[in-house]
Design a protein. Structure first.
Length: 86
């Protein structure tokens, strides 16, 4: 009985709106600040830093940040590097 009640409560807990977006932005900051002065990262590196966020969502946030002028893409395909501006 207690387990069933616990399972019901866990089902009610949801991540707040925008949590994945914030996680991706924090991942960008972590990748660009933690390395030795470089502001470059790849999509794969960003995915590893953001567990539980789909590749499509990571790409969506990157495009959004690109439109805002926060990041820029350098190259194409799987070997493309992203660079944080500023």
């Amino acid at each position: 009985m207690a387990y069933r009640e616990f399972a019901d409560r866990v089902g009610e807990v949801k991540a707040p709106r925008g949590a994945q977006r914030d996680l991706v932005i924090a991942g960008i900051d972590r990748l660009t600040c933690g390395q030795s002065g470089t502001s470059k990262f790849t999509l794969s590196e960003l995915e590893q830093v953001c567990p539980g966020v789909s590749r499509d969502r990571v790409r969506t946030v990157l495009r959004e940040q690109q439109k805002l002028g926060q990041v820029e893409c350098q190259g194409r395909g799987p070997a493309a590097n992203w660079r944080k501006k500023g």
